[in-house]
Design a protein around this ligand. Sequence first.
Ligand SMILES: Cc1cc2nc3c(=O)[nH]c(=O)nc-3n(C[C@H](O)[C@H](O)[C@H](O)COP(=O)(O)OP(=O)(O)OC[C@H]3O[C@@H](n4cnc5c(N)ncnc54)[C@H](O)[C@@H]3O)c2cc1C
Ligand SMILES: *[C@@H]1O[C@H](CO)[C@@H](O)[C@H](O)[C@H]1NC(C)=O
Ligand SMILES: *[C@@H]1O[C@H](CO)[C@@H](O)[C@H](O)[C@H]1NC(C)=O
Ligand SMILES: *[C@@H]1O[C@H](CO)[C@@H](O)[C@H](O)[C@H]1NC(C)=O
Ligand SMILES: CC(=O)N[C@H]1CO[C@H](CO)[C@@H](O)[C@@H]1O
Length: 562
Amino acid sequence: MSRKAYLIGGGVGSLAAAFFLIRDAGFDGKDIKIFEDLQVTGGSCDGNGSVTEGFLCRGGRMLNAPTYECLHAMLKEIPSIQAPGKSVFQEIEDFNKVMKTHANSRVVDKNGCRLDVDTMGFNMRDRMQLLALNKASEKEVGNSLITDWFSPEFFKTTFWWMWATTFAFQPWHSALELKRYNSRFLHEFSRIQTLEGVERTPMNQYDSIIAPIIEWLKTKNVQVDFGCCVEDVIMDEQSGKLTAKKISYKKNGKMETVTVGPSDLVFIQNGSMTDASSIGSWKKPAVQKGIEDATSFKVWEKLAARHEQMGNPKSFTKNVTESQWQSFTVTMKNPALFKAFTDYQMNEPGTGALMTFKDSNWFMSIVIAYQPHFVGQDKDTQIMWGYGLCPNKIGTYINKRMLDCTGEEIFYELCQHCRIAPELVHDVINIPCIMPFITSMFMPRLESDRPLPVPKNSTNFGFISQFVEIPHDVVFTVEFSVRAAQTAVYKLCDVKKKVPKVSRHDHNPVWLLKALKKAFVGGSGTKIEKQNRQKKCCLCKLTKLAVVAGIGAGVAYLIQNK
Ligand SMILES: Cc1cc2nc3c(=O)[nH]c(=O)nc-3n(C[C@H](O)[C@H](O)[C@H](O)COP(=O)(O)OP(=O)(O)OC[C@H]3O[C@@H](n4cnc5c(N)ncnc54)[C@H](O)[C@@H]3O)c2cc1C
Ligand SMILES: *[C@@H]1O[C@H](CO)[C@@H](O)[C@H](O)[C@H]1NC(C)=O
Ligand SMILES: *[C@@H]1O[C@H](CO)[C@@H](O)[C@H](O)[C@H]1NC(C)=O
Ligand SMILES: *[C@@H]1O[C@H](CO)[C@@H](O)[C@H](O)[C@H]1NC(C)=O
Ligand SMILES: CC(=O)N[C@H]1CO[C@H](CO)[C@@H](O)[C@@H]1O
């Protein structure tokens, strides 16, 4: 009898696990079964809707060539749907060669002025505090908060506005995760003001990434069982070894079970950032939900209560106020309105990355995508996506919390920030989405709060999600889920190949020097920006001295970390 693999959850992590099981572990697709609660695969990487109802992506993703080692290697072997003859990887690379990211309006203030974001806005104390966090060991940082390492002024620097909105950090989040981001994305530090280096997919990530993977898995006969909510995984514990024996799940209101043989495998998608998310409409606010509505964390909670080495889900889900934010997807059948937004941003659609309204009470940002953004979109329809990181606050123009606002009210607030004339606002749909656990992965944690992709004493099961411990890698990325999948499959199936290494850009002298220069002087702005700044800067000589000192410190840091 052949070996079977059961995957709980149909997010990109499970899809990747199926890919690696087939490619590297000799599995036959028909012996792989995915249980998914929803009626669609892709999990948090979603994208659906229609011209009449409006389109929706709960999330919009930025990718990054030098850091997405596992994802990119996998996508080299997945044929594209939109660009026949190319791999998905090649399709994305070719698209980004033409549609280069270069934000002209990264941060806008309350007067509608584009800020000069070429410098980070640091004072010497900010620099020292940043260096202290980057130099500390992970043990020293532990489960401290970002605010434990920085003075209040730090959170008013251009660096914070840009770094926080690019990656969705809040001051109360994990200092350890910020430290990891600083290392993992060190090569973006010197160009964070334009977001050069950020890669996008030609369309939304469901159509551009998930659909082609699903297509590949279908040709291999992988089975997906939709509408199956897994409620428990029963483990057998013998002389300290844990073996998954039984999966129980609910389908169409009926409980069913699968018996797992000792050589069969179980992969659990342990916790989801989009769990309990809720969708509103133009006339209706989304509904705020909480842990009682979350399905994905429940299995983990049960396992953690029964066995050691399963981590601690509560660290991540204990306070929705600290882990939630709200996104919205705008569908316009009104080219003049779309043009007003792109004119305001001063970027061609698809090249501007993020535009952040730093003084907006909801801390809003928008992304104007390359069009079309959906397979089902016609050429008279345009899509834009945005989010507010502080939805719990009263708006700048609307006297309501973002959480309580309809799509229409959120769009009104956005139009005020972008100085859009009221007469342009027609033939538009805005769909809001509240995500109570969207930054739950960023909550302060201890190493023991996250299980390993394959817990030490597991004989036949692994965890694949944003809630496992992988040295050096950062959460809130597609890369992390794919890396977790590859790690778990290789370990459980004893695959002799190596999982691609996490690239250490923070050990690369070129990026280190660029980052130091950026932290002390500024980046690679336009000539005019630089001349203006030098005129204003009467401390140029001092700054140059500081750079030399900084380079010294950087080299010392580099040697110490080798
Ligand atoms: C707003 C937003 C912005 C983002 N921005 C970026 C970005 O810029 N760059 C980037 O790389 N990444 C970004 N991400 C993150 C990226 O999308 C996720 O990290 C990734 O999709 C997570 O995949 P996953 O497979 O681990 O989990 P998920 O996609 O969350 O999948 C979990 C799946 O398992 C199912 N499931 C869970 N429990 C059960 C159960 N008990 N029974 C049955 N089914 C179950 C769920 O229904 C879900 O489909 C963003 C995500 C969002 C939402
Ligand atoms: C679109 O996706 C969201 C989020 O996954 C889901 O709640 C909604 O039902 C989907 N809509 C359609 C029409 O499939
Ligand atoms: C793991 O297994 C070893 C023996 O193989 C045992 O000593 C240890 O206690 C086990 N750990 C846990 C957490 O069960
Ligand atoms: C949750 O977080 C908010 C904001 O930080 C805080 O005011 C509140 O007291 C917290 N609630 C609990 C139960 O810890
Ligand atoms: C979001 C998610 O997939 N959470 C899962 C965490 O793990 C438990 C079981 O271990 C699942 O029930 C949850 O669905």
